[in-house]
Every structure is written in structure tokens, then in C-alpha cells.
Design a protein around this ligand. Structure first.
Ligand SMILES: [Ca+2]
Ligand SMILES: [Ca+2]
Length: 253
């Protein structure tokens, strides 16, 4: 009986989760974009890898396990940055979409191989490709630069007011320099990105999170979702359901 009730709770929580997740759509999936600053020849963009819904994972070789070897990444070289020193991606959502609430860019910080997280990511939006772009928000990023600090992170910008429009521009400012092991200051050459995401609708609250009107620019540097967003949401919901069931078990015993 107890087990049946626990199963019921799990299913109820899972179903409520599916309802919640339906409130927020990933509208950038499989959309096209222009790299206004080109990707490198060595770590190219293969068939719109920034909107394929996949994230880089470590690739093991004889010499160790590294994220940068994963072909999912798109690598940008410092020499190809624009006059302001930025890398720019212009996403076309295909049509004007309303209620765009979150803008995300996933990056790699792998100092041991010379790949460093950007220091700033800003988002702009417009209804026309060559029209005026409005500022949607930005985040600064401050990842460690010591060789042991590998981080696959994501910048999330949530503007105070939802945006309506067709084009979203991500402006990525790379770190300028880093200090090597022997104390020399060296230029940062590589910036690696793996996913650009635009979300439509209300973000589901995380377990225990209070609704907040000022949910602007909430998270940076959280580990990125590996695989698709639905799976992670399911994992989160599964964990909360498990916790609920465990709690229930304690109360009832
Ligand atoms: Ca991707
Ligand atoms: Ca690639």
C-alpha cells in the first residue's frame, strides 16, 4: 500500500512537471544563424552546432580527457574577433516570436589547453536583421584560469521584460590575457562555444525556489545541461519526487 502510494506521488509529481515544462519552449532549436565573426578552420561549426540542442562532453584519449576535443564545440580565434574584440552570433528565429524570456550561451573554460571562458556575454534583439537592436541584458563571467579549472558553463540572461522579435544577437567578449604557470602574461587565443538558446515563456521554478519578479540575470557558470533540457528537467523532477517519497516514507513509518 505504501509502495503504491509512493508510486502515485512520483507519477503525480512527474506529470505536474511535464505541465510546468510545457510553459517554456526552446525556440532556438535547429534555427539558423550567421557567425558575423567566423569560426576557426580547426574547430569549425558543422551544420549549425550552436542550435542543435547538444552540449560538449569530455573526450578521453591516451593523454587524458578533454572537452575541447569534442567536435560539438565551435572554436573562435582571437584574430577573427571584430574591431571591438568580440565574437558575434546573429540568430534568426525564422519569424517574430513573442514572450522570449531567457537567452543562454554555453561555453568552455579549459585553461590547461588554452581555451578560456569569455568575460562577458551580451544579448540584443530586433525584428529586422539590419534594424535597430535593443539591449536585452548581459552577464560578466569570471572563471578561474589555473590549469586545473575546467568548467563547462552557461551564461543566462533573463530580461526584466520579455522580448518580442525575430533576431537575437549574442556578443561574446573573450578574456584578453591570462597568467601562465611561470608568471608570464599571455594573450588568450581561443573561445569555445557549444550552444545558443532562446527560451519562450515562463521559466519553471526549481524545487524550493520562490517566485520572484526580479529574476533578472540569475545564473552564470552552472554546469551546462548535458544532452537535452527535457532530460535534465526530468532528472530534477525525479530527484524531487524521490525526496518527496523518501520524506513520505519517513513520516509514515
Ligand atoms: Ca550545440
Ligand atoms: Ca565543431
Amino acid at each position: 500500500m505504501k509502495r503504491a502510494f509512493a508510486l502515485f506521488c512520483f507519477l503525480a509529481l512527474s506529470l505536474s512537471g511535464i505541465t510546468v515544462s510545457a510553459l517554456q519552449n526552446v525556440v532556438s532549436l535547429r534555427k539558423t544563424y550567421e557567425l558575423l565573426t567566423p569560426a576557426s578552420a580547426g574547430y569549425p561549426d558543422e551544420d549549425y552546432q550552436l542550435t542543435n540542442g547538444r552540449y560538449g562532453t569530455p573526450v578521453a584519449t591516451d593523454t587524458g580527457s578533454n572537452f575541447y576535443r569534442n567536435p560539438e564545440y565551435v572554436g573562435f580565434r582571437r584574430d577573427d574577433a571584430n574591431a571591438d574584440g568580440n565574437f558575434v552570433v546573429l540568430l534568426d528565429l525564422g519569424e517574430s516570436l513573442n514572450d522570449l524570456t531567457a537567452f543562454e550561451l554555453s561555453y568552455l573554460n579549459e585553461p590547461s589547453v588554452g581555451v578560456f571562458a569569455p568575460v562577458r556575454v551580451a544579448f540584443y534583439g530586433s525584428d529586422e536583421r539590419d534594424g535597430d537592436f535593443v539591449f536585452l541584458g548581459e552577464r560578466t563571467v569570471d572563471e578561474p584560469t589555473d590549469p586545473a579549472s575546467t568548467v563547462a558553463g552557461v551564461v543566462i540572461v533573463e530580461p526584466e521584460n520579455a522580448f518580442t522579435g525575430r533576431y537575437v544577437m549574442a556578443v561574446v567578449t573573450p578574456r584578453a590575457t591570462y597568467v601562465s604557470d611561470d608568471g608570464t602574461e599571455l594573450p588568450v587565443v581561443w573561445t569555445f562555444l557549444d550552444e545558443l538558446t532562446v527560451l519562450q515563456g515562463m521559466r519553471p521554478l526549481l524545487p524550493g525556489e520562490e517566485p520572484s519578479p526580479a529574476a533578472e540575470n540569475v545564473l552564470a557558470s552552472v554546469s551546462p545541461v548535458v544532452g537535452d533540457r527535457g532530460l535534465v528537467l526530468l532528472a530534477v523532477l525525479g530527484a524531487s519526487a524521490f525526496a518527496a517519497v523518501a520524506l513520505l516514507g519517513r513520516r509514515r513509518s
